[in-house]
Design a protein around this ligand. Structure first.
Ligand code: UGA
Length: 436
């Protein structure tokens, strides 16, 4: 099948590449000439493990191509995916749909045959109806369908998530759309991935509900971690103790400095705005948002407490800046409020991140950047683990301790063991691991 993918951001590029890998012919189109030029020369605009190889292989097989010309991408296409950004609208938290609507308008004018228009971007409930109306208004050929096919991939694990999804969700209002999407996903369906058909509005809302639920699990375990600290219990064991109950599930119960990234913060807010407009209170999700915002702001106190309350003049080594490992993405990363507060309170910060430095530098200009985790430890009063990159797990704590001038290890991701840290001569401060 021929597919056009509008937007070469995270979701568009990964989905387009994986569809090509399934054997479809995919043309990815983006307005940004420099992005397309880079892709044509084999350079990825995002850092995602395995993506460059998969793009190269499918380009070589002639199934994946990139262009800035929408009309080229539409040539013979049966399905057109919209995967442009839907950032938070400045000031009010609503999803900004201007890129989506601009793409649809342009699409309507460029089409010379009916297609199934599929939104992959995360869009508020009812957006599909607006897209259908826009197609009509701008005189798209008769017979076009509009479907919703939200994406559930995670950054850093995007290809594996796309190819082995827990489910594929298709919201459609007509048989043709259902057939086209079933055909596109046939390789996964054969692989036993559940293909769930719902109405279009339900699919749109399900995406937000999924992200809000996952965010809720994280905020829940973070508050449990606080309680564990107060009553001398261990949140890691608690998480396992509840997570082994299949009704709860073990995933997304890792306590930390609060969730970040391009999805949970923006999607929870957008869900709240949509609910407000519908006149329906969402007390759980609004509490989740507040718990998370407060948590990110409170992380600086943990560092201060470990250092006896005073941060001025202290040298703090930070391990990891990106919002999670295996990505260079700094959007809404918990490191931003933490490092900013450390600097404001007079600390000197030296940070190391395996791939995030380029994205981090403009956001955190007032700190030093080290080339290795070991350099971060030199003369540090405290080390703070903010992102759980694998390479931090194997660090030699004894070696780090000898380089430091202080001895506090604040492990905001619980990647180390207290006993190992103490043996290395460090004072260990984890999250929710007993009284601190
Ligand atoms: C999230 C969802 O997991 C995907 O299913 C969804 O498709 C995606 O948003 C999206 O809507 O596009 P992502 O933002 O890439 O994916 O990252 P996650 O792995 O979900 O992590 C989000 C944040 O939660 C990170 O800051 C992470 O450190 C934090 N987290 C996650 C925890 O603090 N504890 C956990 O147990 C899990």
């Amino acid at each position: 099948m021929r597919i056009a993918m509008i937007g070469t951001g995270y979701v568009g590029l990964v989905s387009g590449t994986c569809f090509a890998d399934f054997g479809h012919h995919v043309t990815c189109v983006d307005k940004d000439q420099s992005k397309i030029d880079a892709l044509l020369s084999g350079k990825m605009p995002i850092w995602e493990p395995g993506l460059d190889g998969l793009v190269a292989a499918n380009v070589a097989r002639g199934r994946l191509s990139f262009t800035t010309k929408l009309s080229d991408a539409l040539n013979g296409a049966e399905a057109v995916f919209i995967a442009v950004g839907t950032p938070s609208r400045r000031g009010d938290g609503h999803a900004d749909l201007s890129f989506v609507f601009a793409a649809v308008e342009e699409l309507a004018k460029a089409l010379d045959h009916p297609v199934v228009v599929v939104t992959k971007s995360t869009v508020p409930v009812g957006t599909g109806d607006k897209i259908a109306a826009l197609l009509k208004e701008h005189k798209a050929p008769d017979g076009c369908s509009v479907a919703s096919n939200p994406e559930f991939l995670r950054e850093g694990a995007a290809i594996a998530d796309f190819k082995h999804p827990d489910r594929i969700l298709v919201g459609a209002e007509d048989e043709r759309a259902r057939q086209v999407l079933a055909e596109i996903y046939r390789p996964l369906f054969l692989n036993k991935a559940p293909l769930l058909f719902t109405g279009r509005r339900t699919a749109e809302l399900t995406k937000y509900a999924a992200n809000a639920f996952l965010a809720m699990k994280i905020s829940f375990i973070n508050e449990m971690a606080d309680l564990c600290e107060a009553v001398d219990a261990d949140v890691q064991d608690l998480a396992r103790g509840i997570g082994l109950d299949n009704r709860i599930g073990a995933k997304f119960l890792h306590p930390g400095p609060g969730y970040g990234g391009s999805c949970f913060p923006k999607d929870t807010l957008a869900l709240l705005r949509a609910a407000e407009e519908a006149g329906v209170e969402q007390r759980i999700v609004s509490t989740v948002v507040k718990v998370n915002d407060d948590r990110k702001k409170a992380m600086v106190e943990r560092v201060a407490k470990a250092l006896g309350g005073e941060l001025a003049g202290k040298r703090i080594g930070v391990l990891g800046l990106t919002f999670k490992p295996n990505t260079d993405d700094m959007r809404d990363a918990p490191s931003i409020p933490l490092v900013t507060a450390l600097v404001e309170r007079g600390a000197e910060v030296v940070a190391y991140d395996p791939v995030g430095r380029e994205q981090a530098e403009p956001l955190l200009p007032a700190i030093h950047y080290a080339e290795t985790p070991e350099r971060v430890a030199v003369d540090a009063d405290a080390l703070v683990v903010v992102t759980e990159w694998d390479e931090f797990r194997g660090l030699d704590l004894r070696e780090l301790a000898t380089k430091m001038r202080g001895n506090a290890l604040i492990d905001l991701r619980n990647i180390y063991d207290r006993v190992d840290a103490e043996r290395a001569g460090l004072r260990y401060f984890g999250i929710g691991r007993g009284r601190t």
